[in-house]
Design a protein. Sequence first.
Lengths: 299, 229
Amino acid sequence: MRRLFYLVREAWANMRTNRMTTIVAILTTAFTLTCVGIFLLIYVNLQHAAGWLQEDVKIMVYLEDRLSRDGRLQLELMLKSDHMVGSVLYISKEQALTEFRTQFPADSHLLEGLGENPLPASFVVTLAQNSRSPEAIKEWVEQVQTMGGVAKVDYNQQWISLLAELIGYIELAALGVGALLSAAAVTIIGNTIRLALFARREEIEILRSIGATGTFIRVPYFLEGAVLGACGSALSLGILKVGFELFRQQVQFVSRFSELEGLISFFPLSACLALVLAGTALGFTGSVVSLLRVGEGRV
Amino acid sequence: MDAMIQLIHVSKWYDRRPALSDVMIEIEKGEFVLLMGPSGSGKSTILRMLIGEEQPDEGQLFVQGKNVTKLKRSEIPYLRRKVGSVFQDFRLLPKKSVFDNVALPLIVQGVSEKDIRRKVTEALRAVGVEHKRDQSPSSLSTGEQQRACIARAIVNGPVVLLADEPTGNLDPELTGEIIELFKLINARGTTVVVATHNHHVMRQVNCRVISLMQGVVLPERAMPERVGV
């Protein structure tokens, strides 16, 4: 018990002795992990958005103006009987115009000059849950496109593909930046530990002479590295949280993006804990690297 | 008699200069031995080898039957726990109290809190600085610092006590006191080896003297009797 207490006390004493270096190490670790965290936060939210869009795949089947009422009913029946289709909603030319005026009140005058309603009637098709893969949607769309009375088929899958591509790039960037900045954090913490080792080299010599094992000598420095990493990552989470809340407030103020507020979210608790653990592991690695480099492995 | 320390044909070179040449020494259990010689004669090299701080280039060393030259690195700390060391410069940790300094070898070994208190108190009492237990080493006189250093060396009951120029920083009166302390420790059964170039020490101890000159052991002087045992 006293041994454990001694090791913890030594780690604490190291940090207190080199107070300024400790603070600088925590701050720089926090800064580097915040940079990684920003990428992770964007990545997590975009993936969330992609999943949400995938859930909400709506296919617009625009009808030719010359299609008769019977032809439209027949087409609707065909669509509804398709096992890939979940629901079908008919939007008449008049309904489309009303909806356009509601959604874009400032631009409704554009249609006034045209005299006749230029907007086509359409079916809004939601595919069944098990038919929402990009391949299935594409195949279904190509099939419907050839049906008589169908003018054009439109869907938001392109956006999803684009988003997926974007997420891929961000994932790569997060990995690259993460690896680079993690290496920086390891170096910073490693240097702090090396300074502590240098400051206490006489003490280490005495410990060796009285029979302390290599592990006994090294443990306080491992602890110090881990604590620096944990403090740095906890601080970076704090910075990220404050930044995130400020961003959310801004989103609330701008009415055009007000719906976005419900879509964005901070890391869940499990991810926060994983980040602190990752910081702790980085700090630990820093001290291991440092101890190996100064040859503190020897007894 | 059992041999506590044996050096068999030990040689050591530093930059092709011989520090020890074919040294043969045998020290028995419970003996009090003085390693005498001027600076650079090889006394400290022998002591450093006995605690595994250095390895000979040739020959073998045994402590309590264990071949020190064959020990793995991970085994050396356990050898040092059986061999107490006293240094000329005391090597006390300045930020810790006298009690904590003396307790260090026991903490390292994971001794219980209760035993640490008891053993440290006994060791401090034995060397006569019990009343200074809560003070920092810097507030102690040089003699008291050396006593605290000796308390740290004997606190875990080592089989051998090695002292490298333990009186180098002390005046003749304090030197006498420290030598008396070594005699007491030796009388309790601990083998004591003191390396010194101070001839006053030799006059104060009636024991075997091993003289070294430029890394070579000179023929032993015959001393009438040994201290202890």
